[in-house]
Design a binder for this molecule. Structure first.
Ligand SMILES: [Zn+2]
Length: 338
């Protein structure tokens, strides 16, 4: 019997930083979950006990090689792979003082890499936790929107795109595990790659022009609650109910009529397309308006003037029963027209 992680502990525990970084932990302050992979290595995930959740990261995971008696990899929910992660250092100290290699004699769960699962547990967790982060949606001063995939960590995105296209890649790990990403994510990744204005591997982002954003939104809708707004940290949510949009037509001068949208809430921004997408802060509604994009833009800019003839055409197209997808009503003000 030996103290757990003693080699790693001795390597790191003499530094000034270590002693200042460690979080004081007593026996039973950390719980763990243990699994063995096919190569005989142990994956351990440590969680704080209920009293310590405030002081410790949600989890820290290590991959341990019992032959070399060394930790091969560690990852923290907060600090990711950062070597100076104080949770990892605290875990080393905790394990050294409170646990022994006997934990491996207790029967470890065998993980079924390759067979039953879509990917190994690390990848499954990664896919479950990771979110794309989107920047620029509400910024009128840019014509592009950035999609950051930083949360997917060391995912080799260019290689992933090759895989999606059915091309061969060298990275065995990626090939064996990429199907932990669901079809909607893969479609969106593929779309972003195809329509990118730029891609930065270093910055981990794609940028696309705003003109392509409505089509991206149609894919993003399926990732409801899994995409973050970079500027605010809020999650983008897509409404499942139709937005009660009403259009108002009013006289504007002698000959013209103004067409405007009547909205219950304050519109943060919109993206014209078919459907068009209305943003109320982080909540997104789609509406099917039978107008060209520039008309939709003028409509929501309160800048849409019509002749009497156009008004009639719009009224007819919006009320025609075959346009069942249009959830709008025509209101009129200035009843002399009717
Ligand atoms: Zn950490």
């Amino acid at each position: 019997m030996a103290r757990l992680f003693s080699k790693d502990y001795h390597e790191l525990s003499n530094s000034w930083y270590f002693n200042h970084a460690v979080i004081p932990l007593d026996k039973d302050d950390l719980w763990y979950w243990l699994a063995a992979d096919e190569a005989g290595r142990y994956q351990m995930r440590f969680f704080p006990s209920q009293d310590k959740t405030e002081y410790f990261s949600e989890w820290v995971e290590v991959l341990y090689d019992p032959i070399e008696e060394k930790i091969l990899r560690h990852r923290c929910a907060e600090c990711k792979h950062d070597d100076s992660c104080r949770h990892y250092l605290s875990l080393l100290r905790y394990a050294y003082l409170n646990l022994s290699t006997d934990v491996f004699i207790e029967e470890a769960l065998q993980t079924c890499d390759g067979d039953a699962l879509r990917g190994n547990p690390r990848w499954l967790d990664l896919a479950h936790d990771a979110r794309l982060s989107v920047e620029g949606i509400y910024d009128p001063n840019t014509d592009k929107i950035r999609f950051y995939h930083t949360a997917f960590q060391d995912l080799d995105v260019p290689a992933l795109i090759h895989l999606i296209k059915g091309q061969k890649i060298e990275d065995e790990g990626l090939r064996a595990n990429y199907l932990v990403l669901d079809d909607y994510e893969l479609q969106l990744f593929s779309f972003l790659s195809e329509h990118r204005a730029a891609y930065s591997a270093k910055g981990s982002f794609w940028s696309i022009y705003k003109k392509d954003f409505p089509a991206a939104l149609a894919l993003m809708e399926h990732l409801d609650g899994r995409i973050e707004i970079r500027e605010t940290g809020e999650l983008l949510t897509f409404a499942s109910t139709k937005y009660p949009l009403a259009l108002r037509i009013e006289r504007a001068g002698k000959e013209a009529y103004a067409l405007s949208a009547v909205l219950v809430d304050e519109l943060s921004t919109w993206y014209a397309g078919y459907p068009s997408w209305l943003f109320f802060r982080n909540k997104v509604h789609k509406v099917y308006l039978p107008f060209k994009d520039d008309v939709v833009n003028r409509l929501f800019s309160q800048d849409m003037l019509l002749s009497a003839r156009t008004w009639c055409i719009i009224a007819a197209s919006c009320t025609r029963s075959s346009c069942a997808r249009i959830s709008i009503w025509i209101l009129t003000a200035g009843s002399s027209f009717l």
